[in-house]
Design a protein around this ligand. Sequence first.
Ligand SMILES: Nc1ncnc2c1ncn2[C@@H]1O[C@H](COP(=O)(O)OP(=O)(O)OP(=O)(O)O)[C@@H](O)[C@H]1O
Ligand SMILES: [Mg+2]
Length: 478
Amino acid sequence: MAQILIVDDDHQLRMSFERLLAAEGFEVRTASSGEAGIAAVREEAPDVVIMDVRMPGISGLEAYAAMREIEPRLPVIIMTAYGTTDIAIEATKMGAFDYILKPFDIPDILKLIDKAIAAGRSMRSRVAVGEEGEQALAADAIIGRSPAMQELYKAIGRAAPTDATVLIRGESGTGKELVARAVYQHSLRADKPFLVINCVAIPETLLESELFGYEKGAFTGATGRKVGKIEQANHGTVFLDEIGDMPLPIQAKILRLLQEQNVERLGGRQVIPVDVRIIAATNRDLEEAVRRGQFREDLYYRLKVVSLTLPPLRERPSDIPLLVRYFMARYGREMSQPDPGVSEAAMALFTANPWPGNVRELGNTVKKAFIFNRGAPLGPDEVQKATGEPLRNGDLAALTTGDALADFVRRQLGSGRESLFEELMDHFGQLVIREALEATGGNRTQASKLLGLSRPTLIAKIEKYGLRIESRVRDSRS
Ligand SMILES: Nc1ncnc2c1ncn2[C@@H]1O[C@H](COP(=O)(O)OP(=O)(O)OP(=O)(O)O)[C@@H](O)[C@H]1O
Ligand SMILES: [Mg+2]
């Protein structure tokens, strides 16, 4: 369970935060001053801190500086009012995770907290490289004994303790992000921050300002200064995920960062020296992208000097049983249930045919089989059920063409109702969520995993639809 520390002199605010976050399954600590907050960080090692900027005694900014001394990898969210955003911006320049303006909406702060927890976890939750058993389970682990994986472990060991830029290549779901974290954790900067930027997840227009920041008035809508992630990660490591999809103008700026170790905010005239190590990853064929003019050749050569390539799972089938057993033990632990083990017949299904995906797909399938499993050990039926059939267009078409549903939709389209689309989507949404809750005995954490929704999204929908399902299983945040 994640522990959150609230630092604010406002008693009322601390109380309501405590109630809200406890209901969300967090462990909450509070402190009424910067001084008490610093002591709590030292003694309790929280996962996330949410702190007001303006308090009697030392300010939030001073308190942040002290907390950063104690633990530079601690995500701190600064709360600020309109008049004091300058202080909050100053804090992000020093490395604070983000800031939020008071008054804020609850869903916004919950989303930010989830992001901060994930960021803190990726820095501080250890990645075990090539370990097995208890040591692997106590951490996130890169599992595999095949020769290709052993080569990879050696290469990680060689690349990590240098300050060199590292390029990680491999198909989707082969473990690039795990390897990036392993490199960081074994580096000289292991006790400094590690910031992840996903170049695909952020819209192209925002990526540049996210990375480099901007000055007030740099473009319409730039109402204040924003500190970029690269500046925020000073002295630490920045992980540029999916760099193969980075737009060309931003590639040019990254090249300059690598060559000159400085950045300029958008619309700024000041050259800001930064000291960051870059780790990049991609599942793209970069050589092909260079040929097509989609990736800068000079950046490509600069990046590939130290590269780590992850083998796809089909090139190391001997690792599959090890991975299956690891995932079973791990989900058992996550769901506070005993690991029922895997029958020979079930294991045969995982290993008989070339596995049609990488480690991510294997993990997802084992997770579903674990959820469906009602006995011990895991049998072939559960595996088959979990593997399922891929969702083909034909399956859905058979359900929806030429029948009552299409007629119904056609009639409704003529009805002129405004929210028709949403009503129909909600209808299907309810059906799917009800089934998922049914399959998991009302466990919302597991149901969200089955559906590929975040837990807050699922809960919001359950509330929207007014679904009431009795929980058979203890529901815990994992
Ligand atoms: N060797 C491994 N041992 C254990 N778990 C692994 C291994 N490789 C990948 N995983 C797990 O598989 C999932 C996908 O891994 P990861 O996110 O690192 O893949 P990726 O290569 O970054 O994929 P993408 O290109 O889609 O971003 C994660 O849950 C990760 O923990
Ligand atoms: Mg990835």
